[in-house]
Design a protein around this ligand. Structure first.
Ligand SMILES: Nc1ncnc2c1ncn2[C@@H]1O[C@H](COP(=O)(O)OP(=O)(O)OP(=O)(O)O)[C@@H](O)[C@H]1O
Ligand SMILES: [Mg+2]
Length: 234
């Protein structure tokens, strides 16, 4: 049984259908990449899984439970956290206040998670009391992911966590994501740095025009001539 499964999902905006029977799954402790051209529906799929958009057809299952139609605030309580492509931090709050916000539904002690986030991203330790809006793009991404980790999720959905970052910084963020995965947190990641993301992932999906185009083990996708030419920049 997969940890997370989106099955034959149809969804979109208003009356415009964007996803046409899209299926993806993530097994426990797996890291899975979703790649594909701009506008192919990657973010729409993430939003539909997380309940920000309704699935018109199909279903979303998590830990064997049907969560189709669940709202985001119910889904995070199940152990599925999502870091959106945009507006994923509170810029006027400090680093630590952002992490506190990540834990807002918790009524128990979360000092251990806080410490884990600072260990994962040591750069944030010195910046605890600084406004996140004043940090670098890479550090803002660390805060966004750190906030999601405060709920101890069993899976993290990440939508383009390296967007706008210089290549070496993007690589560093991807490696930290792999570190998170190595602690047992499953990862479903949408990435523009498709080759780098696939190298760190177990499997991948290529979405094109709102449909499943290719899927397979990362190594097979990386070796596939058509995938390479069309979706990995040659
Ligand atoms: N809020 C919205 N309202 C209407 N149409 C939208 C909305 N958001 C996205 N779309 C459309 O849905 C389609 C898929 O967009 P989506 O954001 O899912 O693509 P994406 O694969 O994430 O692209 P990118 O790589 O640029 O982030 C596009 O045609 C886009 O114009
Ligand atoms: Mg997107």
């Amino acid at each position: 049984m997969p940890l997370l499964e989106a099955k034959d999902v149809v969804s979109g905006y208003g009356k415009v259908e964007i996803l046409h029977d899209v299926s993806v799954h993530v097994d426990e402790e797996e890291m899975v990449s979703i790649i594909g051209p701009n506008g192919s529906g990657k973010s729409t799929l993430m939003k539909t899984i997380f309940g920000l958009l309704n699935a018109w057809e199909g279903e979303v299952n998590f830990e064997g439970r049907d969560i189709t139609g669940f709202k985001p605030n119910e889904i995070v309580r199940e152990g599925l956290c999502y870091v959106p492509q945009e507006s994923n931090i509170f810029p006027t709050l400090t680093v630590e206040e952002n992490l506190d916000m990540g834990a807002f539904i918790r009524t128990d002690d979360y000092s251990e998670e806080l410490q884990n986030v600072y260990e994962l991203f040591p750069a944030l330790t010195k910046k605890k009391d600084q406004q996140v809006g004043n940090l670098s793009g890479g550090q803002q991404q660390m805060v966004a992911m750190g906030s999601a980790l405060m709920l101890n999720p069993s899976i993290l959905l990440l939508d383009e966590p390296t967007a706008g970052l210089a290549p070496n910084l993007a690589q560093m963020i991807l490696e930290r994501i792999k570190d998170i995965n190595d602690t047992g947190v499953a990862i479903l990641i949408v990435e523009q740095n498709a080759r780098e993301a696939l190298k760190l992932s177990n499997r991948g999906y290529v979405l094109a025009m709102g449909k499943n185009k290719f899927t397979g083990k990362s190594d097979d996708l990386l070796d596939n001539e058509e995938v390479g030419k069309l979706y990995l920049g040659g």
